[in-house]
Design a protein around this ligand. Structure first.
Ligand code: SF4
Length: 464
């Protein structure tokens, strides 16, 4: 299959990595929703009928990942970053009751839509280019043949039309000239060495190729605030998560217990708080709530949890530090996107929670005062001990092992950052070597461990 790796020369922005969307999955919810909207809005006229076929991993785990709901919302003109999560149930109920769907965002025109006929899960069938394939068909008045387009959800909410990046997959345009481009960890360190700039500053200056710094700062602040909001909301909610596994939300009860112990805060409690932050985000994600894709939804809790560790437990933490945290983490995300993939359908969970752990480790090492070499080391450690991590969600739901796995990713990231800070930046396994190892391991991994729910926990735990 064609890989979804971004070309090494392609400039990636922090706005490509961190997007505000809805749960439970960036590749199976956010990406399909965008693809459906793009298809509908690309039509030359209002169709008389539309159909969507889901292939590969989207067919196998799409119901558990709410891909069906995402397609209905996207076809109706809703965007993941702006749809109100509390209204989604009513929107879907209206579509299913009326048997009609709004034709995209541009017009207020209804099209007949029978879900059993017009949304098809092609189980066991794959499109050529990528495991997460979608085929949209529209019948238009006055045309003999229907209009057919294939889209691919390649991870982190990014979408390809055919095999070419769409405008939505590259919202800012990638044909920019960055002052300090880098496509490998070695190039990143060399840029820092040559200029004396930190990794965060290199990224910030590169973002200047697209916009003024005030706009980048405002974007980073919106991401930080959205991450905080997802933690806050997750700490308030209780009850069972949707999907039939009967997974009970735990964050609220744990929060109430930890608040009682605040006066006796010890090392163990700090890790309990970090795990709690990750739990809160990922329970919110599993419930279809608003989260930041960082860099994916399944791994959405790791970076907010470590960022909140910094905010809450590191003396002197401030907003500038939080921005530097995200810019540094983004630099690592760029490298994984360019040199491997962040799609679990290609890399397993090492490409989701593993990458998030690596990014968070780098971000924390930066705000704890690490040198560029120590930051690169932290990122390397964060991935090295996630190599081989499979994706085997029970019932195709982003719940088990996903929610707890984010707590492990967050704690491991903190450990990786402090371990790297104990050294002087020199280390044997480079970040480039570990990214390449992740890529090769992902390619060698049997497809049943890559977001298909055909292996691992998904087949060894009886659903009840
Ligand atoms: S196991 Fe990991 S990669 Fe797979 S759905 Fe869960 S969080 Fe995502």
């Amino acid at each position: 299959m064609t890989k979804s790796r971004i070309d090494a020369a392609t400039a990636i922005s922090v706005m490509d990595l961190f997007t505000i969307g809805i749960g439970p999955s960036s590749s199976h919810t956010v990406g399909p929703m965008r693809a459906a909207l793009m298809f509908m809005d690309s039509l030359p006229q209002t169709p008389v009928r539309v159909q969507c076929e889901l292939f590969g991993s989207l067919a196998l785990t799409g119901r558990g990942h709410a891909t069906d709901s995402a397609i209905l919302l996207g076809l109706s003109g809703y965007r993941p970053e702006s749809v109100d999560p509390d209204r989604i149930g009513a929107i879907l109920a209206a579509i299913r009751t009326d048997g009609r769907i709004r034709a995209g965002s541009a017009v207020d025109h209804m099209v007949p839509f029978e879900e059993a006929r017009d949304l098809l899960f092609r189980m066991g069938e794959f499109l050529e280019a990528h495991s997460n394939g979608m085929r949209f068909t529209a019948w238009l008045d006055g045309r003999d043949a229907p209009l057919v387009r294939d889209y691919y959800s390649i991870g982190g909410g990014a979408v390809l039309l055919g095999t070419a990046p769409t405008d939505d997959a590259a919202p800012l345009g990638h044909n920019v000239v960055q002052p300090y481009p880098f496509s490998s960890g070695a190039e990143m360190l060399a840029q820092g060495e040559a200029t004396g700039l930190s990794i965060a500053t290199l990224v910030l200056r590169n973002e200047g190729a697209w916009r003024v710094q005030a706009e980048t700062d405002a974007f980073l602040d919106s991401v930080i605030d959205a991450m905080s909001a997802s933690i806050d909301r997750g700490l308030e909610q209780e009850g069972l998560l949707p999907g039939g596994l009967k997974v009970r939300r735990r964050a609220r009860a744990i929060h109430q217990r930890l608040r009682l112990q605040q006066d006796a805060l010890g090392p163990a409690q700090i890790f309990e708080w970090v795990s709690l932050f990750a739990l809160a985000v990922n329970e919110e994600n599993a419930a279809g709530g608003r989260v930041v894709t960082a860099p994916t939804n399944g791994a959405a809790g790791v970076i907010p949890a470590v960022l909140h560790y910094y905010r809450r437990f590191v003396p002197g933490a401030d907003r500038d530090g939080e921005r530097r945290f995200l810019l540094t983490a983004a630099a690592m995300g760029f490298l994984y996107k360019k040199r491997a993939s962040i799609s679990a359908a290609e890399m397993g969970c090492q490409g989701e929670v593993g990458v998030a752990c690596s990014m968070a480790a780098a971000g924390l090492a930066a705000v704890l005062g690490g040198t560029n070499g120590q930051i690169e080391n932290a990122a390397e450690i964060g991935m090295e001990h996630n190599l081989g991590l499979t994706c085997d969600p029970i019932g195709g739901l982003v719940q088990i092992p996903c929610i707890e796995r984010n707590t492990m990713g967050a704690v491991k990231a903190i450990n990786a950052a402090y371990l790297a800070l104990q050294g002087d930046g020199r280390h044997i396994v480079s970040l480039d070597a570990v990214i390449e190892t992740m890529r090769q391991t992902g390619e060698d991994m049997a497809s049943r461990y890559k977001e298909t729910s055909l292996g691992g926990l998904a087949v060894n735990v009886v659903e009840c």
